[in-house]
Ligand binder design. Structure first.
Ligand code: ATP
Length: 251
C-alpha cells in the first residue's frame, strides 16, 4: 500500500530524515519509534504533504504522492491525528467529528452554513455516519458537549473519530496515547484493534509508549537521527542493540 524510498528532508543544517525507506502492506499495523527528534513527525508530514522532501519517493496505492497537492491527501484516503490536539474547543464533539468529512462531496458547505439543493440529504448521511463513529468510540454521551472541558482521554478519542469519519484507508496516528493513564492506554489499544478490522484500515503509529506500541503493532520501524536503524517484529526490535543504545545511550 505504501512504499517510502530513500526519503531525505533537511531543515538548514539539520537532516531530519536521511535516506529512510520502508514498506507497509494493506491491513498492517506498523509502529514508528525513535528517540525525540528522530524524524518521526517529519516522516508523517512528508506522507501528508505538509513537508516537501528534498529527495526520495513516497508511493501510495501505486501513486506518486509527491505529485499530490496537500489538500487532496484526505480524498486519497489518508488521515492523521496530531501530537497536539487540533480540536475546536467551542464546537461540540459531534461538529468536531464532522469537520473530518469536510472534503467529502459538498459536505464542506455544511460548516459554512449553506443550504444548497441536496446538501440536506448529504448532511443527514454524514451525520448518521458521524453518529456511528461516535457510538463505536464510546462518545455518544458527550456528542453535544463542547470539546473544551472534556477529559484529555476523551479528546484523544474525538480526534480519532474525526480521522475515521474521513473514511481513511491509511491512518497515521501521532502519539495517540501520550498523556493517557494505564487504563486508558489499554482501552485505546483495544479500540484501535477493533476499528482496524471494522474499517479495514492500515495504520502507522508514532508512539513513545513502548508497552502500547510493542503490544499493538506487528512490525516496528525505528528511526534515530533521521536514519532507519531497525525494522522487524516487536520482539526483535526490542532486543536490537542499536535500538537499546539509541534509547538508553548504551548497548
Ligand atoms: P518527537 O518524538 O520529539 O516528536 P520526532 O521523531 O517526531 O520527535 P521530528 O519532529 O520529526 O522528530 O524532528 C526531527 C528533527 O527535525 C529535529 O531535529 C527537529 O528539531 C527538526 N525539525 C522538525 N521540524 C522542523 C522545522 N519545521 N524546522 C526546523 N527543524 C525542524
Amino acid at each position: 500500500m505504501l512504499e517510502v524510498h530513500d526519503l531525505t528532508v533537511r531543515f538548514g543544517g539539520i537532516t531530519a530524515l536521511d535516506g529512510v525507506g520502508f514498506e507497509v502492506a494493506r491491513g498492517e499495523m506498523v509502529g514508528l519509534i525513535g528517540p525525540n527528534g528522530a524524524g518521526k513527525t517529519t516522516l508523517f508530514n512528508c506522507l501528508t504533504r505538509r513537508h516537501e522532501a528534498d529527495s526520495g519517493t513516497v508511493t501510495y496505492e501505486g501513486r506518486d504522492l509527491t505529485a499530490v497537492a496537500p489538500y487532496a491527501i484526505a480524498r486519497l484516503g489518508i488521515a492523521r491525528t496530531f501530537q497536539n490536539l487540533g480540536l475546536f474547543p467551542r464546537l461540540s464533539v459531534r461538529d468536531n467529528v464532522l469537520v473530518g468529512a469536510h472534503h467529502r462531496g459538498r459536505a464542506g458547505f455544511l460548516t459554512a452554513g449553506l443550504r444548497l439543493p441536496g446538501v440536506r440529504r448529504e448532511e443527514r448521511a454524514l451525520g448518521a455516519e458521524a453518529d456511528a463513529v461516535l457510538e463505536r468510540l464510546g462518545l455518544t454521551k458527550v456528542a453535544g458537549h463542547p470539546a473544551t472541558g472534556l477529559p484529555f482521554g476523551t479528546l484523544k478519542r474525538v480526534e480519532l473519530a474525526r480521522a475515521l469519519v474521513s473514511r481513511p484507508r491509511l491512518l497515521l496516528l501521532d502519539e495517540p496515547v501520550n498523556g493517557l493513564n494505564a487504563a486508558e492506554v489499554e482501552e485505546f489499544a483495544g479500540t484501535l484493534r477493533a476499528i482496524r478490522d471494522a474499517y479495514d484500515l492500515t495504520v502507522i503509529v508514532v508512539e513513545h509508549h513502548m508497552g502500547f506500541v510493542m503490544g499493538l503493532c506487528e512490525r516496528i520501524v525505528c528511526l534515530d537521527f533521521g536514519r532507519k536503524i531497525a525494522e522487524g517484529p516487536p520482539t526483535e526490535v526490542q532486543r536490537d542493540p542499536g535500538v537499546i543504545e539509541a534509547y538508553l545511550g548504551t548497548a
